[in-house]
Write a protein that binds this ligand. Structure first.
Ligand code: CMC
Length: 370
C-alpha cells in the first residue's frame, strides 16, 4: 500500500460495511428508517429492538423485550459493593467503565453465542450502574428498579428516587433515540475492532465507553453545557464566542466529521428544546444558546451537532452534568452491540498499517553509556 492512501483520522476512509445505519443525503437512517420518523413515532425501546433484532417490534415483541429488560435490571450486590469505595472525585464515565467490566463477571447469559440476549442484559445493567453511582455519590443507597418503566424513566427513577414527570421522560427518551446509533463513529469503531479479534461483547462495550468519554465524542454534551453554564446573559456569551473564534478556539457541541451542513439530530432536538425552555420559563437559556450558535453558523459555517442541544436539554430537565455522557452510553450500548453482532457475523481482524516516522538503524548502546 502506498503512502498516498494515508488519511489522518481515517477521514474519508471506508473501513467496513454495515446494514445498521448510514447518513443518506445528510439524513441519518437506522436500518433504513429515517431518524426523524423514529424520533416522532417510536420509543427508545422500539428503536433499540430495531437495532438489536433488525426489525421494529410488534406489540407482543415489544412487551417481551421490555419484560426482558426489566428482568435484567437488578445489579449483582458484588457489583454495587465494588462501586462503593471508588473515590467521589472519579468521573462518572470512569466508574461506568469499571461497573460494566465488573458486570461482565456476573453475565447471566451462559451461551457465548447468545449475542442479542447479552446485548439486552448489558443495556439493562448500564442504566442501573449509572443510577447506583449517582446515588452513592449523594450518600444514598442504590434503589431497586421498578418494573414497567421505560428505559429513560427507569434511569431517572433509580437515580433520583422518584419517577420523572411525563415531559422529562419523553424528552430523555427522544435523546436516547437520537443517540442510539451512528455507523462507524469512534466508539463504535473501537467496539468493532475489539470484536474483530474474536474478543467478547463486554470488552467491546467497555472499550466503547472509553472512546465515547472524550470531549471530541460523547463527552461533548457535558462540555457544551459547561461552556454555556458560565454565561449569565446573551451579551456575555456573544463577547466570549467572538474572543474564542478570534483565538481559533474549539467550540464544544459544534462540527462533525460526517455532517458538514448540519446534524439533523440537532435540528430535531433543538425544536423540542425550545418548547421545553418556554414551558419551564427558562427562555433566557435559548438567548445564550443562540448567542453562541449564530456566529458559529453564520460566520464560521460550523453547525451544532446533537450534543449542543442535548447538553442544555438535560440541564433544563434538572439533570446533573455528570449524568450527561453516561446517558449517551445508556443508549449507544444498543448501537455498539448491534455492530458487535454484525462484525462477529462476518469477521476479519482489523489490522491497518502505519507510516513509520521514527529513526532507523539505531544501535543499542551498553547500559552504562545510555
Ligand atoms: N469549533 C471550532 N472550530 C471547529 C469546530 C468546533 N467545534 N469543529 C471543527 N472546526 C474547524 C476545525 O478547526 C477545522 O478548521 P481548520 O480547517 O481551520 O483547521 C475545520 O473546522 C474542519 O474541522 P475538522 O477538524 O476537519 O473536523 P473533524 O472532522 O476532524 O472533527 C469533530 C470533527 C466533531 C471532532 C470537531 O468538529 C470537534 O472537535 N467538535 C467539537 C467537539 C464535539 O462537539 N464533538 C461531538 C461530535 S458529534 C456527536 C458525538 O460524537 O458525540
Amino acid at each position: 500500500m502506498s503512502d498516498t492512501t494515508f488519511s489522518p483520522g481515517l477521514a474519508g476512509v471506508i473501513a467496513g460495511e454495515t446494514a445498521i445505519a448510514c447518513v443518506d443525503q445528510g439524513k441519518l437512517l437506522y436500518r433504513g428508517y429515517a431518524i426523524a420518523d423514529l424520533a416522532e413515532n417510536t420509543t427508545f425501546e422500539e428503536t433499540a429492538h430495531l437495532l438489536l433484532f433488525g426489525n421494529l417490534p410488534n406489540q407482543a415483541d415489544l412487551d417481551a423485550f421490555k419484560k426482558k429488560l426489566d428482568s435484567y435490571r437488578p445489579l449483582p450486590k458484588a457489583l454495587v459493593d465494588t462501586l462503593r469505595p471508588i473515590p467521589k472525585d472519579v468521573p462518572m464515565m470512569d466508574v461506568l467503565r469499571t461497573g460494566v467490566s465488573m458486570a461482565g463477571h456476573f453475565d447471566p447469559v451462559k451461551d457465548p453465542d447468545a449475542l442479542q440476549e447479552r446485548a439486552v442484559w448489558l443495556t439493562a445493567q448500564i442504566g442501573g450502574i449509572i443510577a447506583a453511582r449517582f446515588r452513592l455519590l449523594n450518600d444514598q443507597e442504590p434503589i431497586e428498579p421498578k418494573a414497567g418503566l421505560s428505559h429513560a424513566a427507569q434511569v431517572l427513577y433509580q437515580a433520583q428516587g422518584e419517577e420523572p414527570d411525563e415531559l422529562s421522560a419523553k424528552l430523555l427518551d427522544l435523546t436516547l433515540i437520537l443517540y442510539a446509533e451512528h455507523d462507524f463513529n469512534a466508539s463504535t469503531f473501537t467496539a468493532r475492532v475489539i470484536c474483530s479479534t474474536m474478543s467478547d461483547m463486554v470488552s467491546a462495550i467497555v472499550g466503547g465507553i472509553g472512546a465515547l468519554k472524550g470531549p471530541l465524542h460523547g463527552g461533548a454534551n457535558e462540555a457544551a453545557m459547561e461552556m454555556l453554564e458560565q454565561f449569565k446573559t446573551a451579551d456575555e456569551a456573544k463577547a466570549w464566542i467572538a474572543d474564542a473564534l478570534a483565538n481559533k478556539g474549539k467550540i464544544m457541541g459544534f462540527g462533525h466529521r460526517v455532517y458538514k451542513n448540519g446534524d439533523h439530530r440537532a435540528t430535531i432536538l433543538e425544536r423540542e428544546l425550545r418548547k421545553l425552555a418556554k414551558q419551564k420559563g427558562q427562555e433566557q437559556w435559548m438567548d445564550i444558546y443562540d448567542a453562541i450558535k449564530d456566529p458559529m453558523v453564520n460566520d464560521k459555517k460550523i453547525y451544532p451537532n446533537v450534543d449542543y442541544p442535548c447538553g442544555l436539554t438535560y440541564y433544563i430537565l434538572g439533570l446533573p452534568l455528570d449524568l450527561y455522557t453516561p446517558l449517551f452510553v445508556a443508549s449507544r450500548v444498543t448501537g455498539w452491540a448491534a455492530h458487535f453482532i454484525e462484525q462477529a457475523g462476518d469477521n476479519r481482524i482489523y489490522r491497518p498499517l502505519s507510516i513509520y516516522t521514527g529513526a532507523k538503524d539505531t544501535l543499542v548502546p551498553a547500559i552504562e553509556n545510555r
